[in-house]
Design a protein around this ligand. Structure first.
Ligand code: NDP
Ligand code: 8X3
Length: 252
């Protein structure tokens, strides 16, 4: 039997990351679960421990020093990360450019772009040294098309798209697969965060259609991780049936 691969998932406390942790645990991947909410990490780790080995790391991806310290704190048996899933991210606000809030802009750029870079910088040198690994970046349909008031969130996800392509080129000679997954509407805590806890406004985003679920994206991540060695899933756009583009959504 093959040795189980070790997967580090950022943003494992909710939504797509949590669903991915559950699915990969069923398939016996060893999991390093990351997020800022230690209580959720502990509960999830306890739940998944029956299926696989789990380690948790609690840190804020915005803080490079915290990222570096967390990765350096991994016990020797957890240090060889085979798969990095750069999933942590959110939209903050939905405002036109002329009235956007600076702290929302900072959050999106610091988490979605710089956080992804910090994790990559701390984890990928080990992959290069071992000449194997897989990076999966969570982009978005918002990284392929711009929509009204999406400005900075879209820019952060366009950056994820560009960074994914850059990583694929730079790591091409080092045996490392690089995948980006770009979902449309997925019902998670995403809209609750975007609208700062306004549950009614968040629910409205998914009204009149069947959105994707975190499990649908987890399924694609598992698919990307289980292709034969000569196959790389490079770039995937996935939408709910009711969505044709970032802005065209058919609601009943
Ligand atoms: P959720 O809000 O449900 O999950 C976001 C996760 O990111 C949480 O686990 C959260 O953990 C983590 N996170 C947020 N900020 C930080 C931070 N500063 N430091 C560490 N972790 C952080 O949203 P989704 O599951 O929907 O989002 C996951 C990814 O998918 C994001 O990159 C998002 O942009 C992308 N995406 C989502 C879509 C959607 O419609 N939902 C569509 C397309 C892409 P904690 O709060 O514990 O730190
Ligand atoms: C999340 C999808 O369309 O709300 O990235 O930006 S969208």
């Amino acid at each position: 039997m093959n040795t189980p691969r070790t997967v580090l998932i950022t943003g494992a406390t909710s939504g797509i990351g949590e669903a991915t942790a559950r699915l990969l645990a069923q398939h016996r991947f060893r999991l390093i679960l990351c997020g800022r909410r230690q209580d959720r990490l502990t509960t999830l780790a306890r739940e998944l421990a029956g299926n696989t080995e789990v380690h948790t790391l609690c840190f804020d991806v915005r803080q490079h020093a915290e990222v570096a310290k967390a990765v350096a704190s991994l016990p020797p048996v957890w240090q060889a990360v085979d798969v990095l899933i750069n999933n942590a991210g959110n939209a903050h606000g939905l405002d036109p450019i002329q009235t956007g809030r600076i702290d929302d802009w900072d959050a999106m750029i610091d988490i979605n772009v710089k956080g992804l870079l910090y994790l990559t910088r701390e984890v990928v040198p080990g992959m290069v040294a071992r000449n194997r690994g897989h990076i999966i970046n969570l982009g978005s349909i918002a990284g392929k098309e711009v929509y009204a008031n999406g400005n900075v969130y879209c820019a952060s996800k366009f950056a994820v798209d560009a960074l994914t392509r850059g990583m694929r080129i730079d790591l091409n000679a080092h045996g490392i697969n690089v995948t980006a997954i770009h979902p449309g509407l997925v019902e998670t805590e995403f809209s609750l965060v975007r609208f700062k806890g306004d549950a009614e406004r968040a629910a409205h985003v998914y009204q009149g259609l069947e959105p994707l679920r975190g499990e649908d994206i987890a399924d694609l991540i598992l698919f990307a991780l289980t292709r034969p060695p000569h196959v790389v899933i490079a770039d995937l756009v996935v939408l709910p049936r009711a969505q044709a583009s970032a802005t065209v959504v058919h609601r009943k």
